[in-house]
Design a protein around this ligand. Sequence first.
Ligand code: SF4
Ligand code: SF4
Length: 195
Amino acid sequence: MVDIIKTVITRVLFLDFIKGLLVTLKYTLSRSITLKYPDHETWIPYERFRGEHKLHRNEDGRELCVACELCVAACPTDCITVVPMEDETGRRGINDRVAKVWEVNLVRCLYCGYCEDACPTTAVRLSRGFELACTDLDGTIREREALLTESPIPEHYEGGVVVKAKYIRKLIQIKPELWKQKDWWPAKPGRSKKR
Ligand code: SF4
Ligand code: SF4
C-alpha cells in the first residue's frame, strides 16, 4: 500500500522529471571540463607519459646516440632499426660513432620504454608527443632526422596542465603563469599529486 502511494505521488508531482532536470541544471552550471583541443587548448601530459621517441643531443649539440644497437636488442617488438656510421670527422671508436639510420615504427611500438632504459647514453627518450595519427603507413615510420631534438631535453618537466594551443604552435616557451590548471585528478588528502 505504501509503495502504491509513493508511486502515485511520484507520478502526480513529476518527481522523476524534476530530478532529471536538476541533473541537467547541475552540469550546466558546473565548471566545464571539456578541452577545446586542438584549436584552442592542448594537454601537456604528465612526466610519466611515454609518447613519441626523441633522439637527444648534449650541451654542445652533438648527437648522443652512438649506434650501439642496445635499444634494438631490448625492443620486444623489433620496431627499431639502427645502422651505424662514423661521424664527419672520420674518427673511429664508440664515442665518435653516430647512427646513419635510426628509425622506429610507431605502430608496432608498445611505448614500454625498454629502449630508453637500455640506452647507455640517454640518447633515446620517449617524449610527451602524442599526436601520432596519420593517414598512410609512411607516416608510421619516424626517421632520425625527424626525431633529433634541437637542444637537450630537460631531465624533469612539469606536466598535467592545459596550455593555449597557440603557445605550442608558435613554439613559445610555456611559463607556469600561462598554464590553465584543470585538476581532473586532484591529490587525495595525505597523498601527493600524480606527476
Ligand atoms: S618503447 Fe618499447 S616497443 Fe617501443 S621502441 Fe622502445 S623498446 Fe621498442
Ligand atoms: S639510441 Fe642509445 S641504445 Fe640505441 S643505438 Fe643509440 S646509443 Fe645505442
